[in-house]
Design a protein around this ligand. Structure first.
Ligand code: ADP
Ligand code: MG
Length: 698
């Protein structure tokens, strides 16, 4: 979708333009004029003749010319009528700055709904309401009251918070960071984050899309589309706030372990969006993303004129999980041939405190030729002889000469390096105040590059009996049941290829004994009740029953003890099951959030909620993603086998996660699902879903 009328309008009308300095209606007009906008400006104000020397019109209709963009700054109660007027004269783009809508309560929401209805009916796109406006440096349009139009640059910024945008512009001005477009979209009644990033994908001035979000409107569309955009243009987001789903009391293990933020984290990982912990990090990252070539790998070499900062950088590289590059023999020889004998020719390359610009230039040129180097970090401290500005210029020169690998500068200090920092910024070299912040940006950049190198995702299709699964769901939903107990839940899992223990239902002790005899001892006995979902809590699971007598006793005990604990619970009977002895119990689960279905994996048993060693991924997943879910847990080493204990069948877990992924994608009625435990065997043995429960949504 094009937002061109917002970014490059030929004419702009300001409805509610004011003569009074300090009023939003004045500030916006003044900003448009001051910014140097070249199109036609129509202030609309029935009481004024001219504002800032520009003739005013009593109404939008009175303008009598086509208007590309209307900016509305009148009180909320008049906005619906204004939208009507826009529709009548064929306006297609409107920014509503005015507040007093959804954010104020039901009456405001009603007004906002009316605006959206008019917009949809007449094909008008609306940014806002309750926003700061839009800036576009290429058309010199500052249709906002957020501050002065910033310098030109490759970063586009979108923000759900107007106030934050104002702060960001101020900070950016101080750090000489330029922008292509800025969009404050306030309540997002029509144009939302997805519309804007889609428009920015094709914007030639924008090389990086950055933003601040509090929520995402449509998770599945976002996941699908943002992934494609991220593969071409980096997206850097800050995200705050929990979700409604996070607040919902979850009854399953998976639900309680997936906090409100998990789904956003998974959505960002899936779509390659780089999450930034603060504005400063975002600026730090954006500088690199906007100017540097993607690194081919994670191997970093440091060139420095001081030992201490070199060690600090080396520590940070190690800590962030980057690779400290090992220089090749010829590289070290070349360095040694020209650098003073005291210089260090291994990584970190120390060109010494008396290094002039030419020594830096030589070292940089040499390490860039090393095939074992992917990224170069140049550290400089302003010592007595240091040529700060000339060194900055040398770095820019070398990058032009060898543009394949990214360069990062960290000139440390303040007054002595101020001028050289300007040189670096203007020359498109990212500059950082400390080795740590530089290394953090390198890490984000190298990870993004690695994400882009991944092959396209392929979701496998496994055999499944969808009809059988749907029939189970239907039989519950038709009766208004939203909980599926163990027996039926396992049948549903079987339809998706899971193995479950042999089992039989028994209403009496004698039936239980007969069932046990046909299954074969030892057996497990579990209470069957629609009102008990955590059976062990009430003594409703007895494992390892060796013979008929034990089965009889267990039956009697359960049917006398459980009613004492849960007098209300309806007890239907017991389930007699084959006793599975498997090496490791794990938990597999799903939890459907407003934004998508989350899959969960972790070590099973009672410790799962205590240790919280679980990983999540948005369904549907690829085989690689399933494997990564397992590898990312701290317990992965346990699964691989420790201290003489053999490793378990990891492939069986991968397969189970893929089966679950397909199940949850096929069956939108399922809200939560736990398989706890999934008993994993040794490679070659079978792995079995020992317990399961499912909640449905109506
Ligand atoms: P709940 O989670 O409702 O308490 P489970 O069916 O998960 O009940 O049983 C509790 C524990 O009993 C499981 O974690 C598992 O260790 C063991 N268990 C249950 N069923 C079997 C079985 N068929 N074979 C072996 N162990 C079992
Ligand atoms: Mg269980």
């Amino acid at each position: 979708m094009s937002l061109d009328k917002f970014f490059n309008p030929s004419s702009v009308a300001i409805l509610g333009a004011s003569r009074e300095k300090g009023k939003v209606g004045y500030e916006i007009l003044a900003n448009i004029v001051r910014g140097g906008y070249k199109g036609v400006i129509y202030p609309v104000n029935a009481k004024a003749e001219k504002i800032e020397g520009i003739p005013c019109y009593p109404s939008l209709k009175a303008i009598g010319q086509p208007i590309d963009l209307v900016i509305i700054v009148i009180p909320a109660r008049f906005v619906v009528a204004a939208m009507q007027e826009c529709a009548e004269i064929g306006v297609r783009a409107v920014i509503i700055i005015s507040a007093g809508f959804k954010e104020t309560g039901p009456a405001g929401k009603e007004l906002e709904d009316q605006i959206v209805a008019i917009a949809h009916q007449h094909g008008i796109r609306v940014i806002g309401p309750n926003c700061l406006g839009v800036m576009s440096t290429s058309s010199r349009l500052n249709a906002s009251f957020g501050g002065d139009l910033p310098a030109d640059g490759g970063i586009a910024y979108i923000s759900q918070s107007g106030a934050l945008m104002a702060a960001l512009l101020d900070l950016a001005a101080a750090q000489k960071i330029g922008f292509s477009k800025l969009v404050s979209f306030g309540n997002k009644c029509d144009v939302n984050e997805l519309d804007v990033i889609q428009a920015l994908e094709h914007d030639p001035q924008t090389t990086v899309i950055a933003g601040y979000l509090e929520n995402i409107i449509n998770g599945s569309a976002f996941a699908r589309i943002a992934e494609g955009i991220s593969r071409r243009k980096p997206i850097l987001f800050m995200k705050s706030g929990g979700t409604a789903a996070g607040a919902r009391a979850a009854s399953s293990h998976t639900g309680s372990l997936a906090g409100g933020d998990t789904v956003y984290q998974c959505l960002f990982e899936r779509t390659g969006i780089v999450r930034c912990p603060s504005i400063q990090h975002q600026f730090d990252y954006a500088q690199a993303f906007a100017t540097q070539p993607l690194p081919p790998g994670h191997r970093v070499v440091v060139v420095t004129n001081a030992g201490g900062p070199g060690i600090m950088a080396a520590d940070a590289i190690e800590r962030e999980g980057l690779v400290f590059a090992k220089l090749a023999e010829p590289t070290m020889k070349a360095l040694a041939s020209a650098l003073p004998p005291a210089a260090n020719v291994t990584n970190p390359v120390d060109v010494l405190g008396d290094a002039l610009a030419d020594r830096y230039e030589f070292a940089l040129n040499t390490v860039l030729d090393d095939p074992g180097v992917d990224i170069v970090l140049i550290l400089l401290t302003p010592q007595a002889m240091t040529q700060c500005a000339a060194t900055a210029e040398a770095i820019i020169r070398i990058q032009k000469l060898k543009p394949q690998k990214p360069l990062f500068a960290c000139f440390m200090g303040a007054a002595k390096i101020a001028a050289s920092i300007q040189v670096l910024r203007q020359g498109g070299i990212p500059q950082y105040g400390s080795p740590e912040s530089a290394v953090k940006a390198i890490k984000a950049f190298a990870d993004y590059a690695a994400w882009r190198r991944q092959p396209l995702r392929v979701i496998p299709t496994l055999p499944a009996n969808r009809e059988a699964a749907r029939a189970i769901l239907k039989s519950h939903l038709d009766r208004g049941f939203t909980e599926i107990g163990e027996t039926e839940a396992k049948k549903l899992l079987e339809a998706y290829g899971f193995l479950t223990p042999k089992s039989a239902f028994a209403k009496t002790a004698e039936e239980a004994v007969a069932a046990a005899q046909s299954i074969g001892f030892p057996v497990v006995m579990k209470i069957v009740s629609p009102d008990i979902s955590h059976k062990s809590d009430v003594g409703g699971v007895k494992v390892g029953l060796p013979n008929a007598a034990a089965v009889r006793t267990a039956f009697q005990t359960m049917l006398t003890d459980i009613p004492k604990l849960r007098p209300q619970a309806r007890l239907e009977g017991v389930s007699i099951q084959e006793m599975c002895s498997r090496t490791q119990e794990v938990i597999l689960g799903c939890n459907r959030d407003r934004l998508g279905a989350l899959l969960m994996f972790g070590l099973g048993g009672i410790m799962v909620e205590v240790l919280r060693d679980v990983t999540f991924s948005l369904a549907p997943i690829t085989e690689t993603e399933a494997r990564r879910m397992i590898e990312k847990t701290r317990s992965y080493r346990v699964l691989q086998g420790v201290r003489g204990k053999p490793g378990v069948d990891i492939e069986a877990i991968v397969r189970a996660l893929l089966q679950l992924s397909q199940l949850i994608t096929d069956l939108p009625e399922i809200r939560e699902l736990d398989i706890n435990p999934f008993a994993v065997g040794l490679p070659g043995q079978t792995s079995i879903a020992v317990d399961a429960r499912i909640s449905l949504q109506i």
